[in-house]
Structures are given as structure tokens and as C-alpha cells.
Design a protein around this ligand. Structure first.
Ligand SMILES: NC(=O)c1ccc[n+]([C@@H]2O[C@H](COP(=O)([O-])OP(=O)(O)OC[C@H]3O[C@@H](n4cnc5c(N)ncnc54)[C@H](OP(=O)(O)O)[C@@H]3O)[C@@H](O)[C@H]2O)c1
Length: 221
């Protein structure tokens, strides 16, 4: 498959949680990070062509996905959102700051699509039920997105992991335990279940930025 080079980037607790409870904005947990961790994140944003988060992250965290802590160009924002159900005041819909592509499916409500288009958003239709990443990724590549940073959440990370269409994983480790069975972790979905199917990684680098441990992993081929 022709697809972008994919880097999943996330801050995680020691027990792999992305947030404090299901439905909670991860901004609360992220408030534990210092400026150096934000600079690390934004340095990556400034180097990639595209940045993706799932629709649920847009609804709970309302991120901007722009480059602010370092100098650099904003990447194109890509939001997989089958239903096109994005609040019209969401920060990612401010297309004066950066271009935004919303990937929808055939089931998306035409009125919602019309509203998004009026905000300057590009609509890409891929699939019938959930957004079909086998269609989406080659289309992004064709539109010039050769490097893609994926900032979660758990469901979207699984879409990449299960297809093995990820090249690197970079983690900002927060020295805390959150706990909780249903709290989103780095990767959600149904899981690989069998030892022969799990994804192997190779540690490429580990270092301290500010007070955070950062680890950078390559997917073993
Ligand atoms: N710590 C971090 O770095 C970090 C980063 C990001 C997010 N988070 C946290 O993660 C949580 C959200 O994660 P999440 O797993 O619930 O949601 P998510 O991965 O952000 O988004 C999932 C949503 O994407 C849409 N979608 C479209 N196509 C899909 C497909 N093929 N597969 C799966 N979803 C598809 C669906 O919404 P529709 O049905 O509307 O299309 C689905 O509900 C939030 O609490 C957020 O704060 C943390």
C-alpha cells in the first residue's frame, strides 16, 4: 500500500493510560508535562506533513494540532470522523490556522458535511461504516502527505497497529499510575490476542527532555 510514513506520538502514564477516565480530556493529565515535553511534541508536528487524531479526541480534548512551542509550519490536520459529528466551534475547524481534512463515510449526514465545507474543511469519503484506513492512507499519500504524525486516541492508534502501517512510536512517559479497567490506553481495539500476531518494537532512543523520559521505538519488520 502506498501510504505515509507513520509516527504514533503519545504521552502515557506508567500503566499506559492516555487520560484519567473514559470521556475525560487528556489535557488534565498533560498538565503534568513541562514545557520541554511540549517542545518535543511540537518539534515533531513542525516536521511532518500531516497530523491525525480521532474524532472522539476532537470531541473530548478540542485540540488545535498546530505548532506553537517552536517555530515551524503547521501540518495538515486529518480527522477520521465517520459521522462528520464535529462541533462547529472545534479548534481543528479553524482553517485559517491550518488546513483540515475530515475523513467521513457514506453514512455521514449531508448537512453536517455542508457545514464543515462552509468552514473551509476538505471532505474525503472513505468507506461505509467506520472510516476505511485502507482507502484513506493511499489517498493522503496522493495528496502529498508523506509523513503522518498520529496523536491518538486509543481507537485510532489500533487502526494503524492492527494493519501494521506504523513505522515509529514515540512516547512521553509520565511518572504516574492512573489505574482503571476502562480507561483508554495507548492502543485500544480488540487486540491481537495471539502471541504470534503481536507487534514487536525495537528501542531506538531513550533520553530525558525536561523532567520527562522519552522513548522512541521502531516497528520491527
Ligand atoms: N494521552 C494522549 O496522548 C492522548 C492523545 C489523544 C487522545 N487521548 C485521549 O483518548 C481518548 C479518546 O480515545 P478514543 O479511543 O475514545 O477515541 P479516538 O481514537 O480519538 O476516536 C475514535 C473515534 O474516531 C471515529 N472513527 C472513524 N473511523 C474510525 C475507525 N476506522 N476506527 C475507529 N474509530 C474511527 C469514531 O467516531 P465516529 O463514530 O464519530 O466516526 C470513533 O469513535 C480521550 O479521552 C482523549 O483525551 C489521549
Amino acid at each position: 500500500m502506498k501510504r505515509p510514513y507513520v509516527i504514533i506520538v503519545s504521552e502515557v502514564s506508567i500503566d499506559g493510560k492516555l487520560t484519567l477516565y473514559r470521556g475525560a480530556s487528556s489535557k488534565e493529565l498533560m498538565s503534568l508535562m513541562d514545557q520541554e515535553a511540549y517542545r518535543y511534541l511540537h518539534e515533531i508536528r513542525a516536521k511532518v506533513d500531516g497530523i491525525m487524531v480521532g474524532c472522539e479526541t476532537v470531541r473530548t480534548d478540542n485540540p488545535s494540532l498546530t505548532v506553537r512551542y517552536v517555530k515551524g509550519k503547521n501540518p495538515i490536520r486529518i480527522i477520521p470522523c465517520s459521522t462528520a459529528n464535529i462541533p462547529l466551534d472545534a479548534n481543528v475547524l479553524n482553517t485559517e490556522e491550518a488546513p483540515t481534512i475530515v475523513a467521513v463515510t457514506e453514512k455521514a449526514d449531508p448537512d453536517r458535511i455542508k457545514n464543515l465545507k462552509e468552514k473551509g474543511v476538505q471532505i474525503l469519503t472513505a468507506g461505509d461504516e467506520l472510516v476505511d484506513f485502507d482507502l484513506l492512507l493511499p489517498e493522503l499519500y496522493n495528496r502529498g502527505i508523506k509523513t503522518l504524525m498520529v496523536e491518538g486516541g486509543a481507537s485510532i492508534n489500533w487502526e494503524f497497529i492492527k494493519r501494521r502501517v506504523v513505522d515509529e512510536i514515540r512516547l512521553i512517559h509520565l511518572p504516574v499510575i492512573v489505574g482503571g479497567e476502562n480507561v483508554p490506553t495507548l492502543v485500544g481495539g480488540e487486540g491481537f490476542k495471539k502471541l504470534k500476531n503481536i507487534l514487536y518494537l525495537r528501542l531506538r532512543a531513550h533520553f530525558i527532555r525536561g523532567k520527562q523520559l522519552i522513548t522512541e521505538w521502531e516497528v520491527a519488520r
